[in-house]
Design a protein around this ligand. Structure first.
Ligand code: PLP
Length: 403
């Protein structure tokens, strides 16, 4: 699985380490939690920034047979990499793109009359279009209203060149345990299903995302051949900290950057753009090779801390595109006296600061942080949770022994 180019990656001062053992742990926990339902692993947006192909390969090894992406191009990428499971494209297709789906054996989201008609016209019994009808029960994004959906489902079920692979809906508030709106949505969905002709048998019915699995639980799976569409929890995260404690999940991604320069500055020395921060005393400033161009949000300026030399130290001054600065404190004390150029600082990881911290500093949700780690950051895949701090410690260039 050597997908990185070691020589080039070694020249990059920032690395996202992807812990495949944590991924395996999470998928097993989720499978247990989903009870009778199968998981549909959501690997859109490059598996939330973790790397769609290596993530999907591990999930396939773990027995996952259903995958979902947002766009057909993402599905084609996975097919070209040899993924054999079902792949649903969650986004609304352009009706004239359906041939891409059949060519690459991708399942289509039917969210409009136009797409339904295109599927009926273009599907052939020997090369059926596989459709999942998306019902908008309150998300207000894509999908047919429950009234529209019942006639469309009947037409698709009748069509000889169409396989009714699924009927699904998506919750708007499943991450909020106190909200009753998801229950209302689920009731609309159940009414629709109850009204369908008895002869209609979709392969699967699916409603739950990670939030619904954790907040609504089994009621969202009480259907024929249910699937749980889980994304964020595979990566060891939930929408917010409160939900996290419900499942023993392990964060899969951690972000580390190397110190590229260290200097001791006099009291009053301004640091970074705008000169907003000035050294309060004689102190040691480390420059890290990571910035908002890598997806480390500029809003973290003046709020974030990083783990360096075994301690949490503040990010000071404005975060730049490719660099940011950390105040290590007095030069004759720890950690300043130990830290050297080439050492790694952890921007987020398994212990504080975590990705939740970064999301809070950046006033956003964990999803946006992991999706936003830019493609220029090399991903290093490790498949051994016992990978020790020693291996990633000071001065050691990133190892590229991919297992
Ligand atoms: C992204 C997405 C999911 C996954 O949501 P998580 O909160 O990451 O589990 C499920 N369903 C749909 C329709 C999505 O777009």
């Amino acid at each position: 699985m050597d997908r990185s180019s070691p020589n080039n990656d070694a020249l990059v001062p920032v690395t996202a380490t992807i812990d495949l053992a944590a991924l395996r742990h999470n998928v097993r926990r989720l499978q247990a939690e989903a009870d009778g339902a199968d998981l549909m692993a959501i690997v859109k947006a490059d598996a939330y920034g973790h790397g769609a192909i290596p993530i999907a390969e591990v999930l396939q090894e773990e027995g996952i047979q259903h995958f979902a992406v947002a766009r057909p191009s993402e599905g084609v990428q996975l097919r070209n990499a040899g993924l054999t499971g079902r792949i649903l494209v969650l986004g609304a297709p352009f009706p004239n793109h359906l041939s891409v789906y059949t060519e690459h054996d991708l399942d289509v989201t039917v969210s409009s009359f136009e797409t339904a008609n295109a599927a009926i016209e273009q599907g052939r019994p020997h090369a059926p279009v596989r459709v999942h009808v998306n019902v908008d029960t309150g998300m207000g994004r894509i999908g047919l209203s429950p009234e529209e959906a019942s006639s469309v489902i009947a037409d698709l079920a009748d069509a000889r060149g169409v396989t009714l692979a699924g009927i699904w809906t998506h919750f708007a508030t499943a991450d909020e345990p106190e909200s009753t709106f998801a229950d209302t949505q689920l009731s609309h969905f159940e009414e629709l299903l109850d009204g369908l002709d008895q002869g209609i048998h979709p392969e699967h019915i699916h409603t739950a995302n990670t939030g619904a699995l954790l907040t609504i639980g089994t009621r969202s799976q009480r259907f024929h051949a249910p699937l749980v569409r889980t994304g964020i929890a595979l990566y060891g995260l939930t929408a917010h900290r409160k939900l996290h404690s419900q499942l023993d999940l392990r964060p899969v991604m951690r972000l580390r950057a190397r110190v590229t320069q260290i200097k001791t500055v006099a009291p009053g020395t301004p640091i970074s753009y705008g000169a907003h921060w000035r050294a309060p005393c004689r102190t040691c400033i480390a420059t890290l090779g990571v910035g908002y161009g890598d997806g480390y949000p500029r809003l973290c300026s003046g709020r974030a801390s990083v783990r360096i030399g075994g301690e949490k130290r503040p990010v000071v001054g404005t975060i730049c595109m490719d660099m940011c600065m950390v105040d290590l404190g007095p030069p004759d004390q720890s950690p300043a006296q130990d830290v050297q150029v080439g050492d790694e600082a952890e921007l987020f990881g398994a212990s504080a600061p975590t990705l939740y911290d970064v999301a809070e500093w950046a006033e956003t949700i964990p999803y946006e942080i992991c999706c936003g780690i830019s493609p220029r950051v090399p991903r290093r895949y490790v498949d051994d949770s016992t990978e020790t701090e020693a291996k990633i410690a000071a001065n050691a260039p990133p190892s590229h022994n991919l297992s």
